[in-house]
Design a protein around this ligand. Sequence first.
Ligand code: DAH
Length: 344
Amino acid sequence: MDMKEKIEALKARFNADLEAAKNSDALEKLRVAYLGKKGSVTELLKGLKDVSGEEKRELGQHINSLKKQVEEQLAGQVEKLKAAEQDRLIASAEQYDVSLPIAAPQGSYHPITVVQRQLEEIFSSMGFTIEDYPEIVTDYECFEAVNVPKDHPARDMQDTFWLDNGQLLKTQTSAAQNAIMRKYGAPLRAIFPGRCFRNEATDASHENTFFQMEGMMIDKNISISNLIYFMKTMLSEVFERDIQVRLRPGFFPFVEPGFELDISCLICGGEGCPTCKHSGWLELCPCGMIHPNVLREGGIDPDEYTGFAFGLGLTRLAMMKYGIKDIRDLNSGNLKALSQFKHE
Ligand code: DAH
C-alpha cells in the first residue's frame, strides 16, 4: 500500500470510528489514537521523512488536511455531545410553574417606622424637607448651639451618655437644629426624625433609647398661630379624626415662649376618662417659638425672621396611635407584639 492509499484508508477508518464513538470518553480515546504522539496521523507525518521532492510536498498537504479534518470533526462531535447532555438534563429536571405564588413569610414594618413614614408624607406635602442626622454628636450641637450653655441647670433634664472622646449619644433631635439652619438659612421648613438616648431607668413608660421627630419652620412673620395650625393638621391626619389641641406654658431653653401641646383625649374625645385622668387632654408634644439666641447661632437674623420648633415624641405617638402599653416592647424584637402593624 503506498502512502496515498494509506491516507485514504485512514480517512475511511476515522469516519467509521467517529460514527461509533457515543460518549466523551470514546472521543478522547479516538483523539489519542489518531492525533496522539503515537497516533495514526502522527505516524503518517513521521513517515514523510523517507519521501522526497515533489511527492513529499503533495503527500504532506494530504496528511495535513486529514489531520485538520480529524481535529475539526472530533471537536464538532464533542460539542454535539455536550448539547445533547444539556438537553437531557433539562428534560429530566424537576418541572415547576413560575406563576405559582411563593409561600414566603411576609415581614411587616416596625410601628415607629409606620408612624414616621406617615408623618414624613404629611410634612412633605406641606413643603417640609426631611433631614437625617448622626446619632453621635458634640456638646455644642446637642446643647450649646440650642441655648443650653455649660453648667446650665436645664442640662439636668437629660441624663446623657458621654463617650470617652467628649462626644455624646444625642439626647434630643434638637441637636440637628443648628446644622440645618446653617445648611439652608432662612426661610426653611424641615423635619428631622431620629433615635435619641438618655440614661434612664427603664419601666413601662421609660426607655434609654427612643425616637423623636423634630420640626422647624422659619420665615418672616411666623407666629404661634402657624404652629397651632401645622400641629392640628398633622395630628388630625395621623389619628384620622379631628383633633383639638391646646397649648400650656412649658420651659425649654431653645424656645421662647415654650409650650406643652396637649391633644383632646383619644379615648373619650374630651369628656374625661381614666386615660386622661379625667382632664379630657393628653400631653403630646413640646414646642415653641425658636429663641433668638438659637436663630442667631444658626446664622439667621432674629430681627428679620421668626420660627417655631417642636419635638414630637415619635415613640409616644406610636404608643398612643396603636394602644401599645409598654414602651419596652418597641425595642424588644418581640415579633408577636411588633408584627401587627402594616404600612399601606
Ligand atoms: N428637645 C426637647 C426634649 O427632648 C423637646 C423639644 C421641646 C423640642 C421644645 C423642641 C421644642 O424643638 O421647641 O425634651
